[in-house]
Design a protein around this ligand. Structure first.
Ligand SMILES: Cc1cc2nc3c(=O)[nH]c(=O)nc-3n(C[C@H](O)[C@H](O)[C@H](O)COP(=O)(O)OP(=O)(O)OC[C@H]3O[C@@H](n4cnc5c(N)ncnc54)[C@H](O)[C@@H]3O)c2cc1C
Ligand code: SF4
Ligand code: SF4
Ligand code: SF4
Length: 760
């Protein structure tokens, strides 16, 4: 079977890489064809119980400025070389839709080992949420790392995700206990995959030509405990043995004991294999000491009270093999531990039993999955419901369906989405062919040419969100016979895309509406127009690219970090009505009210009689939008952040270059030849000022990667629907982030001033 392995693979951590290698080797030994899923781990999402205590802040400052992790290009190369030579990877799969496509390629999936289930970096993809059929997946030794899951949101999600598994194991007993309390299915405790490979097999990786006649004590400490260092030095003196240190922090390199050559995964094995003694606080440092039958002392890396205490995983394995006394304590001294003889025969016997059990778990899981696959030839309707859980509501599938089987409407969460009437569907697959989540033709943004644009008309600047690039391009287009598609409010206060071919009407689509626009009209009407310029969010443009005649269309997308739920907008309208007496039915909102400036965003709402203008730090709609807590699910899995299907991308020219501008500058990124052609038209039109700038401005200022979905997103959206007051929601969920954001802004300003003074 083709087996996809989902685990960490990019961290320069010996244990991570070696456990991955071991898992792949074990599967190969069972006749399987393993591939590593090339997924880039996300930054943790909001509300993972981040610790903002003084102690934690000091720790972070220390890590940033004083205890910097040792990095070296050569070491990175060694890691890369190991991964490339020993393992096979899939194409990069960084979003849910890319992961979902793997269902077609693989017969079986496994997640684990390593701490991929650690609550502090919770990511549902490491629970194989993208696998369509749970009967085809198993977990092997993922570690939770902690004795309990404190965060209730994480606990709830783990419960939901873990209960999908039929074959479920974790690496530590306490991990299995935690999961068992949450779900009904059995949970087994299995060994880390590194232990499933014999020491001979590991030694075969070491090409050892060095002369190691002189004995040494190897030190590999991930924690930063000065007391341990003192003890180790004193023990080495007594044993009259040299110390060799695998550097972890930059400061370790200054140490005369430090190994000066670069240590990659193979060298790590080599240094352990050749050491006379090993002192470590690392889980895998301990494992390989056992595998190579060394005299070793393991230190506790975490204090018992530390909420992130991960010592349990070391206790678990050492008690399993009867070596719990190899852990240093006040009573159990390092000298005593290192001089005691280890009965490796008994260790081996204990391990052997556990290895058999662990191998049996893997064998059973793959055997049963193989049988299942043979009995279940996949039957599915070839439409967008198959293996596709995301939808941005672009509506291009609607225009492609000749059987009226698709409908685009708002879902419970307040987002446009495609729905299929399975009775009408003939499974022709046309909707899948055009859906941008299944097929997307893109250019990397870093390959584009970047420009700044500022229109010379004050009126255009006032009504446009940034420098009026969209308006200028639209005017050029209309003068050349193009119809312009953009987003406008309809009379029911809903944002819809419309076509315009008269300059005097362009103001209807001018300015950003921070809501999801109903775009389905565009694909339905596109054929009516000979040529058109279409503005939209990157997902809408990626959709229309799949169905348009490229010769007749110019596609322009917007830098987009996400669209909020209509539930938020409805709550906001109620808020304006209650607080300021603005009549909901007549409300008109300008999301970028430029009379108050550009850099500080203001929202202006009016019903024709009463009006109110609120700044970005006071306006509840903007606060919830900006903090990304009620975006569409699709926005956390957006494939168009660092690439685009458009000819041109436009956005605000944030960053320092136009720091003192207060009327607005647009970023214009041309991505194709047609994009370049329209940028030259913009230059030749003399409508405004356009200058080529450095692409680095785009890369440093705009958001290029997805952030994880906040764990409370669903809860907030439900509260918005139930009419909960916006101020309560802000107080409960995001006030902490508002304060931190302000602190960052202050630091940013200080840095900018300091930098400026330095160069003056
Ligand atoms: C939801 C959303 C999020 C955004 N996020 C960012 C960001 O994080 N960083 C950044 O630099 N810029 C962002 N922008 C883009 C920015 O607000 C401006 O649209 C952009 O700078 C172009 O401004 P302009 O002055 O050239 O044109 P404008 O006249 O302001 O308008 C640009 C075009 O966008 C279209 N448009 C407006 N609202 C929508 C909508 N809801 N859906 C689809 N099309 C729409 C209009 O029809 C118009 O043609 C976002 C825009 C939207 C709609
Ligand atoms: S598969 Fe064909 S018939 Fe079914 S919804 Fe898609 S386009 Fe329509
Ligand atoms: S084509 Fe667009 S609307 Fe249809 S399923 Fe795909 S993303 Fe959704
Ligand atoms: S973030 Fe991505 S998915 Fe969300 S609206 Fe923007 S382009 Fe579409």
């Amino acid at each position: 079977m083709k087996v996809g392995i989902m685990t960490w693979h990019e961290y320069e951590n010996y244990g991570s890489v070696l456990q991955l290698y071991a898992m792949s080797e074990v599967l190969k030994a069972y006749g399987q064809d393993p591939l590593i899923i090339n997924y880039h781990a996300r930054k943790p999402g909001k509300n993972l119980g981040e610790d903002y205590s003084l102690k934690s802040i000091v720790k972070r400052i220390n890590a940033r400025f004083f205890d910097k992790i040792y990095v070296s290009e050569k070491k990175t190369e060694l890691y890369k070389k190991f991964l490339q030579e020993k393992l096979v990877f899939t194409e990069p799969c960084n979003t849910l839709s890319e992961l979902e496509r793997l269902n077609e390629q693989f017969d079986c999936f496994v997640c684990g080992s390593d701490q991929i289930w650690a609550p502090s970096c919770f990511d549902p993809h490491y629970f194989l949420d993208f696998v369509d059929d749970p009967n085809r997946m198993f977990s092997y030794a993922p570690s939770i790392g902690l004795p309990k899951i404190n965060n209730e949101y994480v606990k709830e999600r783990v419960k939901e995700l873990a209960s999908r598994f039929v074959y479920l194991s974790t690496r530590e007993k306490c991990g299995s206990d935690i999961i068992s309390q949450l779900i009904e299915n059995p949970v087994e405790t299995v060994l880390d995959p590194t232990l499933l490979i014999s020491s001979e097999e590991w030694r075969a990786l070491i090409n050892d030509s060095d002369d190691y006649n002189e004995p040494y004590m190897l030190v590999y400490l991930l924690g930063n405990n000065r007391k341990y260092w003192k003890l180790i030095k004193s023990a080495a003196r007594k044993l009259k043995i040299k110390i060799k240190v695998i550097p972890v922090y930059s400061k370790d390199c200054k140490n005369t004991y430090s190994i000066q050559e670069n240590v990659g995964p193979v060298e790590f094995l080599k240094y352990i294999n050749n050491a006379s003694y090993i002192c470590t606080d690392s889980f895998h440092g301990t494992i390989f000491s056992i595998l190579f039958k060394k005299k070793f002392c393991t230190f506790k890396r975490f204090k018992q009270k530390d909420p992130n205490n991960q010592n349990s995983r070391i206790y678990s394995i050492l008690s399993e093999v009867g070596l719990i006394n190899n852990i240093y304590t006040e009573k159990n001294t390092i000298d005593g531990i290192l001089s005691a003889k280890i009965d490796y025969k008994s260790v081996e016997e204990k391990l052997e039993h556990k290895i058999l059990e662990s191998r049996e778990f893997i064998y059973n899981a793959i055997h049963k999955i193989d049988l299942y696959n043979n009995d279940n030839t996949k039957k599915h309707l070839n439409n967008i419901n198959y293996n596709l859980s995301l939808c941005c509501g672009c509506g291009v599938c609607l225009a492609s369906c000749k059987f009226s089987a698709i409908d685009i409407r708002k879902d419970e969460e307040g987002f446009y989405k495609a729905y299929i009437n399975e009775d009408n569907c003939v499974s022709c697959g046309k909707c899948r062919e055009v859906c941008p989540y299944i097929r997307t033709k893109t250019t990397k943004c870093e390959k584009g040419h970047l420009y700044s644009y500022k229109d010379s008309s004050k009126e255009v600047l006032l009504k446009s969100s940034s420098g009026g690039a969209a308006f200028a391009l639209s005017c050029i287009g209309i003068s050349e016979g193009y119809a312009i598609a953009g987003a406008a409010f309809d009379n029911k206060n809903i944002v819809k895309h419309i076509f315009i071919n008269d300059i005097s009407e362009l103001n209807r689509i001018q300015g950003s509406k921070y809501l999801q626009s109903d775009f389905s009209n565009i694909s339905l009407q596109l054929k009516k127009y000979k040529n058109s310029i279409i503005f939209g969010t990157p997902c809408q443009i990626a959709g229309i690219r799949n169905i348009c005649d490229e010769k007749k269309c110019v596609l322009v997308d917007l830098v987009c970090h996400g669209v909020p739920s209509y539930n938020l907008y409805e709550s906001y309208n109620n808020f304006l009505s209650e607080e300021y007496g603005i009549k909901s039915e007549k409300i008109n909102t300008v999301f970028r009210y430029k009379k108050k400036g550009w850099r500080k965003i203001h929202l202006y709402s009016s019903d024709g009689e009463k009006n109110i203008c609120l700044s970005q730090d006071k306006d509840p709609f903007f606060l919830l939008f900006e903090h990304g807590v009620c975006y569409s699910k699709a926005c956390f899995e957006c494939p168009w952040r660092e690439k685009s299907a458009a000819d041109i991308r436009i956005g605000d020219y944030w960053g320092n270059r136009f720091r003192n501008d207060n009327t607005g500058v647009s970023m214009v990124l041309s991505l194709t030849d047609k994009g370049l052609e329209f940028v030259s038209k913009l230059k030749n039109s003399n409508r405004g000022t356009i200058n080529e700038t450095n692409i680095k401005d785009y890369i440093t200022v705009q958001q290029l990667a997805n952030v994880s979905e906040p764990l409370f997103r669903k809860e907030i959206i439900a509260k918005l629907k139930s009419g909960e007051r916006l101020e309560n929601i802000i107080r409960k969920y995001i006030i902490k982030y508002i304060i931190i954001g302000k602190a960052y802004k202050i630091v940013d300003s200080i840095r900018y001033i300091a930098k400026k003074n330095k160069y003056n």
